[in-house]
Design a protein around this ligand. Structure first.
Ligand SMILES: Nc1nc2c(c(=O)[nH]1)N[C@H]1C(S)=C(S)[C@@H](COP(=O)(O)OP(=O)(O)OC[C@H]3O[C@@H](n4cnc5c(=O)[nH]c(N)nc54)[C@H](O)[C@@H]3O)O[C@H]1N2
Ligand SMILES: Nc1nc2c(c(=O)[nH]1)N[C@H]1C(S)=C(S)[C@@H](COP(=O)(O)OP(=O)(O)OC[C@H]3O[C@@H](n4cnc5c(=O)[nH]c(N)nc54)[C@H](O)[C@@H]3O)O[C@H]1N2
Ligand SMILES: [Mo]
Length: 759
């Protein structure tokens, strides 16, 4: 079952990239794509002195391509530069209740928000208001609460400057309640990597991809979610590097690609095979699959010992790690039968893949949501690190562990203080710089915040970007509880569902996009972000703003803060709004090791590298070493198999960025015209007595007294492992229980939800 392609399932024959990617852009944006101003903006994307894409967090290399953007980066830019406007007249025509039936696509299609808005309960409409009115009301409401009753959420797009000030605002106000979107994706990474290698982020730099012999890929969909990463992968393959992929879904981008930047490849249709082996692991089967790889390494090491050779890097293990003996015992005690059963992969396939690892001198481990969004996601990540540590594959050129992050600055926000965990923030330093006593208690992460809202303990929510209500689990209960909050504030560029679920006092505040000129007292401003490989880049917007009433995110944060906090001579909001360079000075003062000469270095081609202790083999863990860990589970799902119970994967299409749906064409998976699908393999369809195209429902199979159901999904034959079904996020979030999350980090386990099919 593991590595064959079924012939009777929908699939798109073309590779990733290629003409399809260009057609994908023009089809959606048509007119807008042709305008010279837009082309000029795209040409500046992801280059030094240009602006940094608002799509994914993949790095912006120094030796960039002539057009350093991908299909989805172009879509993200064009989405921001749309000529449509969502004005007060629009809100005069539509009540908020009326819009609750609209799709995510239709809401965002209204275009850019143009005016600050207050929700008026009496008429059920948004009405325009002044910025002063909004800030004064927010300040008044926040002052009336205990600081721990308020939550300051951020989606991972806001710049380092804005993020730093937003976190400072929350702490000066008195709370560490700073959840961010990474709590829904790579929080598992932040917790697991911190525990086992002492650095909460990946250890690779761009150059490592030119030196590795093998790349092991777990649960990350490069072709859709970080397409520019396909270029270094393609180059690696061309020089002989082997890529082994573990994913229940056969994702096009990891199978083959045509480089849209290469005229020859475009004209000849010449593809590069990306993965040399593609193992369709069961959802949640990765701990077992990794166990199989480790077991093969030990078996080969046993054989080598007879000839006085070693497959393990014993010197590294002795000098740099702890816990190897217990881990080794665990691997030896786990049988191949258990491994096969839990991974859904054959021993043969795992040994072949393991052999690639044994033979490679330098291996990189890549992963995404397939590992992190699981109940035992922590064990997934820790197990992946075990595999790499066995051969000293961390902290050496051409090796490392590399989680592929989501939003363009999600990693950077954590770096500069957006964290609910006080131990991650230099609080003493902040206390000294700003003359206040920062809160020391643990704040709320995303799931904690949802629990607090359900329990009525959280009374105010400020959203710096994003679409929180739509992105979180437990849609129905959360939407109901949301309306009981006293204050809800959303800072956004476009209308989304989170703006339709309002507290007693509610404001919708429109901000500048990153491609737009941000003019302040000292002139046009630069903002900065940190990419997935810990490189920091400056970004300058040049387009004229979508409306004269927009403020920058940084100015909105400062406006709210000034209206809420007592004056403090060390906290100079106006000066900071006037010149973002002054905020960078503060960031440098707070984090001198990582941001030395911040203003001078921000336009370094390729970004400046912030450094990573684990890369230098300095292990900032409790033990002072890199830690082998013995997993307690072989299945990451957190639930047992039962007759009729399926593992649901919630997927992103090639035509969305999270809750922003650009269109209804999942080109790379061959699914067109609808997102209301249930993907399921043909054998299962037969076994269930279903037919392709039949409409069915899904129900969550959790015994917690709550019914979670959705109807109207078209049965769609698709090449998936037995026992697995898949459909789209965010539509299926109604099925994800809030309690279904990674045990250690509380990242929602959106990649294996127990469900039953309702016929
Ligand atoms: N165009 C576009 N780009 C994006 C985004 C977007 O929505 N659109 N979102 C951004 C964000 S915020 C993030 S966090 C990243 C997300 O990027 P990814 O980490 O790639 O996230 P997903 O696409 O949700 O899922 C990744 C893959 O996991 C596989 N998978 C599911 N279950 C399992 C499993 O149990 N084991 C294994 N091995 N694999 C599994 C799925 O088939 C899928 O291919 O992308 C970012 N970039
Ligand atoms: N079932 C399931 N649920 C998931 C996931 C999954 O795979 N499956 N993935 C999870 C992941 S990885 C993530 S990161 C979250 C995403 O959660 P969020 O980050 O909260 O959501 P987004 O969809 O990225 O937010 C889109 C909105 O951001 C606003 N926006 C866009 N650009 C800007 C800007 O420059 N400034 C401001 N202020 N606003 C802007 C627009 O109004 C737009 O509507 O969802 C999570 N939820
Ligand atoms: Mo994410």
């Amino acid at each position: 079952m593991s590595d064959r392609q079924r012939s009777d399932t929908v699939h798109y024959d073309g590779p990733a990239g290629g003409w399809g990617s260009l057609r994908g852009i023009t089809r959606i944006f048509g007119k807008e794509w042709n305008s010279p101003a837009v082309l000029e903006t795209l040409a500046r994307q992801n280059k030094p002195g240009g602006f940094m894409c608002t799509s994914c967090a993949w790095t912006k290399p120094a030796n960039h391509n002539p057009l350093e953007f991908c299909e989805n980066g172009a879509k993200a830019t064009l989405w921001e530069l749309t000529t449509r406007r969502c004005t007060p007249e629009f809100f005069g025509k539509h009540t908020v209740t009326e819009m609750l039936d609209w799709t995510d696509y239709d809401l965002e299609q209204q275009g850019r928000l143009t005016h600050p808005l207050r929700y008026d309960h009496a008429t059920d409409r948004y009405v325009p208001c002044s910025w002063d009115e909004a800030f004064a009301a927010i300040g008044r409401e926040l002052k009336a609460l205990h600081p721990d009753e308020a939550v300051f959420y951020s989606s991972g797009r806001a710049s380092l400057e804005t993020a730093y000030l937003y976190a400072l605002f929350a702490r000066l106000y008195g709370t560490n309640n700073l959840p961010d979107s990474s709590n829904m994706c790579h929080e598992t990474t932040s917790v697991a990597l911190k525990k086992v290698i002492g650095a909460p982020v990946g250890t690779c730099v761009f150059d490592d991809f030119s030196h590795c012999d093998a790349i092991f890929f777990f649960g990350q969909n490069t072709g859709s979610n970080s397409p520019r990463f396909l270029h270094p992968l393609q180059e690696a393959v061309k020089r002989g590097c082997k890529i082994v992929t573990f994913n229940p879904v056969r994702e096009k981008g990891l199978i083959a690609m045509v480089n849209p930047q290469s005229p020859t490849e475009m004209l000849t249709g010449q593809e590069t095979q990306i993965s040399c082996a593609y193992l369709q692991v069961k959802p949640g089967g990765d701990i077992a699959a990794l166990m199989g790889l480790c077991k093969h390494v030990l078996e080969k090491d046993d054989e080598a010992k007879l000839e006085d050779r070693s497959v393990l890097d014993r010197t590294f293990i002795a000098e740099h790690t702890t816990g190897f003996a217990a881990f080794e015992q665990k691997v030896r005690d786990t049988s191949w039968d258990e491994i096969e059963q839990n991974s859904g992969l054959t021993r043969r396939a795992l040994k072949d893949a393991g052999q690639v690892y044994v033979e490679a001198e330098r291996t990189i481990g890549i992963y995404g949501m397939g590992l992190t969004q699981q109940v035992h996601g922590f064990e997934n990540v820790a197990m992946f690190v075990n595999l790499l540590l066995m051969k000293g594959n961390i902290g050496r050129e051409g090796t490392g562990i590399s989680p592929v992050r989501g939003h363009s600055n999600v990693q950077g926000q954590r770096t500069v203080g957006i964290a609910e965990k006080p131990e991650l923030v230099p609080l003493d330093k902040l206390a000294q710089m700003y003359g206040f006593e920062p809160p020391r208690n643990k704040g709320l992460n995303t799931v904690d915040a949802c629990e607090g809202i359900l329990a009525g303990k959280v009374k105010a929510f400020i959203g710096l970007g994003g679409n929180f209500v739509r992105a979180i689990p437990e849609k129905e209960a959360m939407e109901e509880a949301w309306r009981r909050m006293r204050l809800t504030v959303q800072i956004a560029t476009k209308l989304n569902r989170s703006h339709l679920i309002n507290g007693e006092v509610a404001y919708l505040l429109p901000c500048l996009g990153r491609s737009e000129e941000d003019l302040q007292a000292s002139g046009p401003q630069t903002v900065t972000m940190e990419d997935s490989l810990s490189c920091v880049h400056g970004s300058i917007g040049k387009r004229s703003p979508a409306s004269e009433h927009l403020l920058s995110e940084l100015a909105i944060v400062a406006g709210m803060a000034k209206a809420t906090l007592p004056p403090n001579p060390n906290v100079t909001w106006d000066e900071w709004v006037g010149d973002y360079g002054k905020v960078r000075d503060r960031i440098e003062e707070t984090y001198p090791d990582q941001f030395a000469q911040f203003n001078e270095r921000m336009f370094t081609p390729g970004g400046f590298y912030r450094g990573n202790s684990a890369r230098d083999r300095v292990w900032k863990t409790e033990s002072g070493k890199a830690e082998f860990t013995a997993p307690k589970h072989l299945s990451a799902t957190g639930f047992a198999d039962a007759p009729g119970r399926y593992r649901l994967i919630t997927l992103r299409s090639n035509d969305q960025f999270n809750t922003t749906v650009y269109g209804y064409s999942d080109r790379l998976r061959g699914i067109e015209g609808t997102r209301n699908v249930l993907l399921i393999n043909p054998d299962e369809i037969k076994r269930m007595g279903l037919e392709s195209g039949q409409m069915v429902g899904l129900e969550t199979d959790a015994e917690d007294g709550r019914t979670r159901r959705i109807y109207g999904l078209a049965v769609t034959p698709f090449d998936l492992p037995d026992g697995a079904v898949a459909g789209y996020y965010p539509e299926l979030n109604v099925l994800v229980p809030l309690s279904h999350h990674d045990v250690q980090s509380k990242t929602p386990a959106s990649k294996a939800v127990p469900v039953r099919i309702l016929v």
